[in-house]
Write a protein that binds this ligand. Structure first.
Ligand code: HEM
Length: 407
């Protein structure tokens, strides 16, 4: 059979050219793969859910109760033999993908793998990160229960409050004033067509660039095989077996989480009502909510008689935009004189590493600020923490990795 196919498709050439490619190995290289496999599981479980989900906010009457058709379709999915577990796996896969992405970014950053020649792939990665967050946000709206309508409405209001262009952008994105009757089908289209297509194409580009530039290697490889050779395992059969192992482990973990950890219970929140439930964004958006809380209500910059930059725009758009832009530009803060093809020790970039740790602490403090009322911490204390804790983190990290303190 193999010979028959080889004669026609020249499989031997393909095998020599691609399947024998060597991949360096390091445990932290698995974060990118976990993000990739979480995405694959999201697509597979999403296809299952598509068989029964109804993307319509039209009101239907079931047993005398009125509810959106989408909400009712989720209740029906929950009752199917596999419906609930597949919904939960889909939910946890979204969280795992974003968590793995954050760890993957941290790995790339703290090992210097974002520097020359990998600046382009870092920027492509930032696009992937934004697309993944948008996919999570649009997915949140789909059950159309009280919680998701309020949470999605907050997104609409933030976009709407951008001066001059905000109303047009918000009405285009949400297909009218959310929750207009056309909003849910539009958000559904983003979630199941546009964003997965963009994610697939961008992941493809990310992988192509990675293969073209070759993966960075553990630093010790340089001493063993020299600076220009790659030490690792061939794609077939070792690397593929490892990838299969990571894929199966990710799937097992997600089923385990889905069996033990309940998710967004649509029946608990019920169909949308006039009462607004207490809504907090998911953990990966909590830092933006924290910034909105920190911005004083008096920060209102008038632009004209009808337009102003209000605290919501400063906290929800401008400040997160600045933070993400700084992260995206990280490779360009370094002098591009040498190629980095081996993982760099953190001591090589004391300032960059300390800034990275300061940013992580900033994200953690901002996320806790999202729970400031529940934690009973006055907002002025949170403002002090937001400035002081990242600075302390920077100084401590810098002192630890600077030479005189290392043994
Ligand atoms: C859906 C999103 C993403 C997927 C599926 C993905 C997947 C991967 C995989 C499988 C690798 C090779 C293995 C590894 O180094 O972990 C890789 C490498 C890389 N990724 Fe990502 N990634 C994503 C997002 C990102 C983000 C958000 C960034 C940074 C902003 C990024 C930057 C990089 C860089 C620079 C490399 C090359 C690293 C090296 O050669 O050491 N990626 N990615």
């Amino acid at each position: 059979m193999y010979r028959w196919l080889d004669e026609r498709l020249n499989l031997e050439r393909f095998k020599k050219k691609y399947l024998s490619k060597v991949f360096p190995v390091h445990p932290t290289f698995f974060f990118g793969e976990i993000a990739l496999f979480s995405f694959v599981i999201l697509v597979l479980t999403g296809i299952y859910l598509l068989f029964s989900y109804v993307p319509s906010s039209e009101i239907v009457t079931v047993g005398g109760k009125k509810m959106p058709a989408s909400y009712y379709s989720i209740l029906l999915i929950n009752k199917q033999p596999l419906g609930l577990i597949i919904r939960y796996v889909h939910h946890w896969a979204a969280h795992l993908m974003i968590a793995a992405l954050i760890l993957h970014m941290a790995r790339v950053f703290f090992t210097g793998s974002f520097k020359k020649p990998r600046e382009i792939n870092w920027l492509v990665g930032m696009i992937l990160f934004t697309l993944a967050i948008l996919a999570g946000f649009t997915g949140y709206s789909l059950p159309f229960d009280a919680l998701s309508v309020v949470a999605t409405g907050i997104g609409y209001e933030i976009a709407n409050s951008i001066p001059y262009v905000g109303n047009a952008i918000a009405n285009f994105f949400f297909n009218g004033h959310f929750p207009a009757s056309g909003s849910l089908p539009r958000l559904f289209m983003y979630h199941v067509v546009l964003l997965p297509a963009l994610l697939s194409a961008t992941i493809g580009l990310h992988m192509l660039i990675m293969i073209k530039q070759k993966h960075t290697q553990p630093a010790k490889n340089k001493e063993i095989v020299g600076p220009d050779k790659i030490l690792g395992i061939p794609l077939y059969p070792q690397q593929i077996s490892l990838m299969l192992f990571v894929f199966l482990s990710t799937t097992a973990l997600l089923f385990f989480m889905a069996s033990l950890l309940p998710v967004h219970n649509v029946e608990y929140f019920g169909p949308p009502t006039l009462q607004t439930p207490m809504v907090k964004p998911d953990w990966y958006l909590l830092w933006i909510y924290g910034i909105i809380k920190l911005i004083p209500g008096s920060w209102n910059i008038p632009l004209s008689a009808t337009a102003s930059i209000d605290p919501e725009v400063i906290g929800g758009v401008i400040a997160p935009g600045i933070i993400l832009t700084i992260i995206a530009l990280a490779p360009f803060f370094y002098k591009n004189d040498e190629f980095v093809n081996h993982l760099e020790p953190v001591s090589k970039r004391p300032i960059g590493t300390s800034l990275g740790v300061a940013f992580i602490v900033l994200f953690i403090v901002l996320s806790f600020t999202g729970y400031q009322a529940e934690l009973n911490i006055p907002i002025w204390v949170c403002r002090i923490y937001t400035v002081v804790l990242p600075i302390i983190a920077f100084v401590i990290t810098y002192l630890i990795i600077k030479k005189p303190f290392r043994s």
